[in-house]
Design a protein around this ligand. Structure first.
Ligand code: GTR
Length: 422
């Protein structure tokens, strides 16, 4: 009897181990180019009925909306609607911020719908020297507004609703606000957690709670996603900046890193007022093609971050070839607006080569608008050698998954380049 129990225990253990290994292998990242797969590159210009979009007008009138809807249905969900009332509360204005070079505003945007309200806190800098309307960079941040600046008296915002408070100024290097101000840009940021705390149970505290009862906001209700809530945050920033005549509303650039790099692409697809975008190290479900098996995969990202995506995406795990789109179709939804895709050489998880290939492929749609992409760039660009077409750009920065001062140098060069080529 004892032997039988022992045998069963061993068998049980071995079976458990095998299942675990199989599970691990399923999500084990591939980093060998030879095993990345030989992709088909479906064209966003081909419609399901076999007809081909041939002009920018056809793209704008028919194809663009079809593709946006596919991404909404199968991957990111829809953005929340606008609430009945939006009210801006100026909590503080400092007229000599950043050593007298900028005006600093801290604004709480109240969203009111029925008897519910929600808010997003904005940290907003405007350069002081300029008399003519200025361009702006907007972006959500990861760790709180107070982490984006070296000014120590900025209101603290909490990215996860009470979970953790991050060190003041910790991400100053990622934002380079002084550099942007000195280059004549206004900068506005808010924290992702104000729209959707980045956790499985974050939905209940997200902006979606304005429109749905708590029982429709459990982790299972994946139609309301974090990426769509964050994308809506970008639109709120645009709304706010457009209220000030000192901002050139035709030059509002959206920036986002990593999960927010994915978000920027989705925000641009939904909000045509965003004049240009920078998607930094966006990787899987951002700029990297899903059909390529390199670094992070659809299966792994959905398993770890299910609240970012609709449950309809699950059907494509391991069956990426069945997706009725590729990620460069999302890039193409930004056309003809300038778009810069940024990779980092050590960020293999995000698949830099895939991000480059996507940027190239998106050029097919930009060309409809008479704007050159980077399709004649045959090989992977060298590290720290940006490649800019008229309105599409790509670069591979040396180093890790991050946003650095060097990134901003490339971003500013791209913006100057696009401004000149218009
Ligand atoms: C990772 C995730 C990436 C990227 C990153 C980030 O864990 O796998 O897709 O979004 O987080 O946002 O920092």
């Amino acid at each position: 009897m004892k032997i039988l129990i022992l045998m069963f225990t061993i068998l049980f253990f071995v079976a458990g181990e095998c299942a675990l290994r199989a599970e691990e292998n399923k999500f084990k990242p591939n980093y060998e180019e030879a095993k990345a797969g030989n992709l088909p590159w479906p064209s966003p210009l081909m419609r399901p009925d076999g007809s081909r979009i041939a002009t920018a007008t056809e793209w704008n009138n028919r194809r663009r909306a079809e593709i946006r809807k596919l991404f909404a249905d199968l991957l990111y969900g829809e953005l929340p609607p606008h609430p009945e009332t939006i009210r801006c509360e100026l909590r503080r204005e400092i007229s000599n911020a950043l050593d007298g070079t900028a005006i600093r505003r801290e604004i709480r945007i109240h969203l009111i719908h029925g008897d519910k309200s929600h808010f997003m806190d904005v940290l907003w800098y405007l350069p002081k020297r300029k008399t003519e309307p200025v361009p702006a960079v907007i972006g959500l941040n990861f760790l709180g507004n107070h982490t984006c600046t070296d000014e120590s008296d900025v209101f603290q915002t909490d990215p996860w609703w009470g979970a953790r408070n991050f060190r003041r100024g910790a991400h100053t290097y990622r934002w380079q606000i002084r550099k942007l101000i000195n280059n004549g840009f206004s900068v506005a940021t808010a924290t992702r957690g104000d729209l959707f705390p980045d956790r499985a149970d974050g939905r209940a505290k997200s902006v979606f709670r304005l429109f749905h009862p708590p029982e429709a906001l459990t982790p299972e209700h994946r139609e309301y996603t974090a990426i769509s809530a964050w994308a809506y945050g970008y639109s709120l920033l645009v709304d706010l900046l457009r209220t000030d005549p000192r901002i050139d509303s035709a030059r509002i650039w959206a920036h986002g890193h990593s999960r927010l790099g994915k978000t920027v692409l989705w925000a641009m697809a939904n909000d045509s007022r965003i004049a240009g975008g920078i998607s930094n190290n966006s990787g899987c479900c951002g700029a990297a093609p899903s059909r390529r098996n390199f670094g992070e995969t659809l299966g792994r990202i959905i398993q770890v971050f299910p609240w970012w995506f609709t449950s309809r995406a699950d059907a494509f795990i391991g069956k990426e070839a069945n997706l009725p789109f590729e990620q460069y179709w999302l890039l193409a939804l930004a056309a003809p607006r300038p778009l810069l895709i940024a990779s980092a050489s050590e960020d293999l998880w995000a698949d830099p080569r895939g991000e480059f290939l996507s940027t190239k492929q998106a050029g097919e749609v930009y060309e409809l608008f008479g704007s050159s992409g980077i399709r004649d760039q045959k090989s992977m660009p060298k590290i720290n050698h940006p490649v800019f077409g008229d309105s599409l750009g790509y670069y591979l920065r040396a180093g890790k998954h991050d946003v650095t001062e060097q990134d901003w140098n490339f971003v500013l060069a791209f913006i100057r380049h696009c401004t000149r080529s218009r």
